[in-house]
Write a protein that binds this ligand. Structure first.
Ligand code: FES
Length: 157
């Protein structure tokens, strides 16, 4: 069943490459679409793109590792982006980070075993006046404390 769903996704990825005339210059756009389709970029997808665009796999890896918006590991349903920029840091972001790690049982960059949350960090999300700040998806939460952060997570469970 899953293989079928995967086949459809590969077909869609194929038509994306076709749309770009299988040009090696379309690598970033194709990878973007691939990540949208699969949710992340597993090894097989990278191989598929390399073959489809006739470029060395090493080049595909290079691009995927260079741009932080590409991910080769599955993401959770919600991404928690905790700001660790200076303004947030001096207002206690580190304590929130420790609490989140403990509560979720993950390190930065990891996803919870129930696939609900991925924990990540940002340098500044442009809301320093609200420090410390975290984003969950597109929602911004400011003036956080460790307790408030944990309470906020409940809305997403
Ligand atoms: S440093 Fe956190 S929002 Fe700017």
């Amino acid at each position: 069943m899953e293989a079928c769903a995967d086949n459809v996704l590969y077909q869609q990825l194929d038509s994306v490459m076709e749309q770009y005339g299988r040009s090696p210059d379309s690598l970033i756009q194709v990878l973007h679409r691939g990540q949208e389709l699969f949710g992340y970029l597993p090894e097989e997808v990278l191989q598929y793109v390399a073959k489809g665009l006739r470029i060395p796999i090493s080049k595909v890896y290079g691009v995927v590792t260079f741009y932080s918006f590409f991910t080769t590991v599955p993401k959770g349903k919600h991404t928690i982006m905790l700001c660790l920029g200076t303004a947030c840091y001096v207002k206690g972001a580190e304590r929130i980070l420790q609490r989140l790690k403990k509560e979720l049982g993950v390190e930065l960059g990891q996803t919870t075993s129930d696939h609900l949350f991925t924990l990540s960090a940002a340098r500044c999300v442009g809301a320093c006046g609200l420090a410390p700040v975290a984003m969950i998806g597109d929602d911004v939460y400011g003036k956080l404390t460790p307790d408030k952060m944990i309470r906020t997570l409940k809305k997403y469970r």
